[in-house]
Design a protein around this ligand. Sequence first.
Ligand code: FE2
Ligand code: FE2
Length: 306
Amino acid sequence: MLRRTLYGLLLAAPLLPGGLACGDNNENGCEPLSPQTAGLIELEADGSLPWNPSCEPCPRHPEGGVMLRCSAQRVPFGGAVLICEYATCLHDGRRPEGLREASVLDPGSELGALFAKTAWLEAASVPAFLRLAEELQAHGAPEVLVKAARRSAGDEVRHTRAMQALARRHGATMPEVDLPPFEPRSLEEMLRENAVEGCVRETFGAFVAGWQGRTARDPEARSTLRAITRDEVRHAELAWAVDAWAQERLSEVQRERLHQARRDALRLLGEEVEGHQPPEVLMNEAGLPSREQARTLFQGLSALTA
Ligand SMILES: [Fe+2]
Ligand SMILES: [Fe+2]
């Protein structure tokens, strides 16, 4: 069903060439980017800070992403500046619990920044899958699921190298993955992460990678993303297989909480899709879907998870 949905959606992709969207909630797969200052703004007539300033002067973030909000902040010499906040969740993968934010220090270009950040997400998915494999084994899951999780970790190592190569070609370096040691957790907590990061985020990531593999103008990016899509579809299928395996191990109340977590993650993703429009160069060269195209992909995912 997942493959049929994906291939059906990709039929809508223009052969050449073609956001995802983001919120501000790291727990749900997006991450904040460094804030940017838009310059001096005027205070209110009574000398107070404007509480709802226009965000129009906010610049585009050098790493892409979407602007979330802006606010006025006093500066020492008496005036105020506009501080703009951004986030990104492009090319979502399976983010491990506790993953600390990282910025591409020397992005080189918007394309370089995108590929470096994608490489970082791929690298972060390696420990996420190794942990999943260990936990599945500890909970007595079928060997086929344990092996699939281990194999997925190996896939993510390959994806990291491939995306790092693309980033380097565009003058950017992948940031380090900074992750605190994992603590033991319950089956339900593991499944909640699987529902949010796997059934929603990684499945959507597979759709986006598939779109990019079909529409990116950059031939190297296109072939890399095509190869990655094949693996990402399997990763998404693994998430759904884990979800199905776990159903009878949970009480009715736990099952309902799990479904609710998935519904919440889907709703947030939908809001993010409505809020983002990637820079032209990323749509053309890296094949990122426009907002309208991301909406179509999201509708496919919604139908799948209904
Ligand atoms: Fe990946
Ligand atoms: Fe993956």
